[in-house]
Each structure stands twice: as C-alpha cells, then as structure tokens.
Write a protein that binds this ligand. Sequence first.
Ligand SMILES: [Zn+2]
Ligand SMILES: [Zn+2]
Length: 283
Amino acid sequence: MNTTPKLISLHGGHSGQYCNHARDLLEDIILRYIELGFTKVGITEHVPPINDKFLFPDEKKANLTAVDLAKRFENYFNELNALKNKYASKIKIFAGMETETCTGYADHINKLISRFQPDYIVGSVHHIDDIFFDYSKEEYNRAARVCGSYDAMYEKYFDLQYEMIKTLKPFVVGHFDLIRIYDEDYKKRLLLPEIDQKIKRNLTLIKSLNLVMDFNLRPLARGEKEPYITTSILKTAKKMEIRVVPGDDSHSVNEAGLHVDKAIEILKAHGFETQWPEPVLLT
Ligand SMILES: [Zn+2]
Ligand SMILES: [Zn+2]
C-alpha cells in the first residue's frame, strides 16, 4: 500500500463567482487543484445569509440582497455538482458548504442541507452576538467591547462553537481558534484557565462525535507564523486522538493548495495520521 500522504484540502475553494470577497472562477480553481496533483478536494462556499441584516459589507456595497445570494448559492451547487461529474476521472470533489452562527442559524442551515444535500459541511463561527468579528480589527474590537473584554469574547466564542458543534455536527470544524485573529497575545490568552477549560470541553465534544478539525492555512497565506489551530491546541488534539486535516481556505486560484505540503509536514511531525478520512454528512 502506498502510504505517502496525498495532498488534500477539506475547507476552501471559495470563488469570485459565488463569493464577493474571493476571486476567480470555480472551474479554474478546480483545474488548479488537478494541476497540483490533488486527487481529492472539498469545496465549501459560504452559506447565503438568512436575511439582509447579515449581508457581508462587500455584498451590501455591491447592492446584493439575501434573495440574490440564495439564488447564487443554488447556482453554486448546480455548477459544483456539474464540475464534480465533469472531472470525476481526475479528482474526487466533495461538495460542501461553510456555515455561520448568526441568530436563527440552526433552522437556516438545516433547510440548506435538506435542499442541497451537500456531501458534508464545515462548521465555522465568524460572528459573536451577530457581529462579524473576523472582518476587521475594528469589528473585532467592537465585539470585545460588547462582551466586556477580550477574555470574555474568547469565552463567548468557544461557547457559541460548542452549541454549533452540538447542533450541526459538522464533519469538519473550521478554523477552531479563529477568535485569535487580531490578538497579539493569543498564545497566552488561549492558556487562561477559563478559556482553556472551554477549549478542552469543545475538543472532547469533537472527539465524541468523531469529527475532524480543520488545519487552516489562511494565516500562512497572510504571512503569519502558524495555521489555525495553534501548536498548543494541536498537541492537545493529538493527545486526544482527534483527526486533523489540512484546509487551504483558498479564495482564489493562486491560493488553491497553497501551503498544504507544509501542513502535512507539520501534522506528520506531530504524529498525526495522514491517510485522510472522506467527509460525510452527519446531521
Ligand atoms: Zn471567505
Ligand atoms: Zn471561515
């Protein structure tokens, strides 16, 4: 049996066609994965918002509405399923989507799942109290003010994540420690007892549901030192025998597959299994 780890990404493939903050055509992104030698890839576009209140700033600027984005999302699944068949002899595409945790998300996501029957979902938290905290440093600080402190914001984030994991059982838990995004002191903060205890609680839930953690490479694409998840959490995940799989979180052709080789090296060095699981729908 050939045990050389295969290139894979189970989170990414956002395209300019179906996402306002991404670039390029979905088909060109798929072609890039094939060119790089990927034999399996998960494509996980962002879900459309429940209503106009949750439009991303760039969508508002483009005068799009929630209705427009619902229609665009339908087109996304139609095209992705067509590309899945078109390139089936070259690459196995898993048709997925990346979820949100805005107010009312559970019903919204479950409706999208029954309508589009994705192969799997990536469960992510990008909002706290409906504030899109990873959009900018300003929004991040606003979320912290609403929560009362950075520490309280971290706690709130991991509580929201716990609820999301229980509710949606996403095969892949997206960028587990995204809450550190604009925080220079994140390494220390993640070790604070109140926060660490919530992290361990969430990891225990991930393990008990046999979910996979996204080893998210977007920070490396931005020039940062380490992926999500940070080394301390990665070590705990290894001790708990949780599966971790690379996700390029690509938003363009250039980013497709970027740093996946590096991610595999890091995972191997930590002793993780590199025969990747195939994603499935668990809800
Ligand atoms: Zn995105
Ligand atoms: Zn995300």
